[in-house]
Design a protein around this ligand. Sequence first.
Ligand code: IMP
Ligand code: MG
Length: 180
Amino acid sequence: MLEDIKEVYYSEEQLHQIVERLGRQISNDYKGKNLMLVSILKGSVVFMADLMREITVPCSIDFMCVSSYGSGTENKTGVVKIVKDLDINVENYDILLVEDILDSGRTLDYVRNLLIDRHPSSIKICTLLDKPERRAVDLYADYSGAEVPDEFVVGYGLDYAEKYRNLPFIGVLKEEIYTN
Ligand code: IMP
Ligand code: MG
């Protein structure tokens, strides 16, 4: 698995510092609120597990599993399939969507609009990684861990064709992995 990685972008230690900072910001901003973290599966699973332990205010958690990609590297259509919906009624909750990476923004835009229709008290976005130059819809993250250039990254929950999610760092794949 390691031999498929061209370069490490964020080490375990750097990721820990990023997640600590996000946890501090969120804990400050959500004092006295009714926070619910909504993890967008599967990519955000590692980030979610670390982030929730850096949050010092009470919170609920729930999971939504969406799929848009198949095994390619791009969401060209904006078609998003809800594979698993939330269990909890979000009314009166301050929702924070927890996402691994904001790319075109189409996935989160769809999920955000879907949840707005269910009348939460508020809804914001926390993404570990952001590729701002790839944005195709008008969407921004309220909390963002780090920006990455327009390259396909894996690890720390992010996959290519369901592989590499268990790498403890964020790295960029060698091109030959997804061109052959
Ligand atoms: P969007 O709808 O184009 O913003 O795509 C968001 C989703 O695409 C993310 O939640 C990821 O699952 C996936 N994705 C986008 N870029 C990458 C990447 O560089 N590596 C791994 N997954 C990615
Ligand atoms: Mg994802």
